[in-house]
Design a protein around this ligand. Structure first.
Ligand code: ZN
Length: 201
């Protein structure tokens, strides 16, 4: 389990934490857990999410287990810098960070450079197993990376892939359990094989 360092603005030392994994892996729960603990420590926290993600609520970050916290939806990465008060904020959390433009890497570095603890959560791969948007840059820039896993719905092993159940080729398709299932490497490959075979029949 990830153990937080003591965050103190007096030392003016910031850093970046990335929480990544497939859908249903508990990324948002882990982000909210860390954010909540920072608020228990009376730290000033700001939470953001991309405006594209309005699956549950326009202004809250809501995880699959229905815990939620108030967050600010933003249209692009640079908007975050407009909202954050660099003088007073100690912790910045960003959910669904994979949906942001590449500029989010710079934004996270700027925040961390100015002494802020930055915690971001996002999908590391899309449904085709390709790295998702700005995630490679964020993973490379982070001091701490936590990869969390879902449970494979076919065999019960640890799952790292978000297998799309509906046929749609767009990279971004917001959805829930009706559109995606978490699968392990073995079961993912089996599904792809089955699909190829049924196409050829
Ligand atoms: Zn499996």
């Amino acid at each position: 389990m990830f153990l937080e360092s003591k965050a103190s603005r007096s030392k003016s030392r910031g850093w970046i934490e990335v929480i990544c994994g497939s859908m249903f892996s508990g990324k948002t729960e882990e982000l909210l857990r860390r954010i909540r603990r920072a608020t228990f420590a009376n730290q000033k926290v700001e939470l953001f999410k991309p405006a594209v993600d309005v699956r549950y609520d326009e202004n809250d970050v809501v995880s699959h287990d229905s815990t939620s916290m108030v967050s600010t939806p933003v249209q692009n990465s640079s908007e975050i810098l407009l909202y954050v008060n660099m003088e007073s904020v100690e912790v910045v959390g960003i959910d669904e960070v994979q949906f942001f433009d590449e500029g989010i890497v710079d934004v996270c570095n700027k925040l961390a450079d100015s002494g802020i603890r930055v915690i971001v959560a996002g999908l590391d791969m899309d449904f085709l197993r390709n790295p998702f948007g700005p995630m490679p840059g964020l993973l490379a820039s982070a001091e701490y990376v936590s990869k969390v896993h879902a449970i494979c719905t076919h065999c019960g092993d640890l799952a790292q892939y978000s297998h799309r159940l509906v046929s749609n080729d767009r990279q971004v398709l917001l959805g829930e359990k009706d559109s995606y299932e978490p699968l392990c490497r073995h079961c993912y490959n089996e599904m792809i094989k089955q699909r190829e075979n049924s196409k050829n029949e």
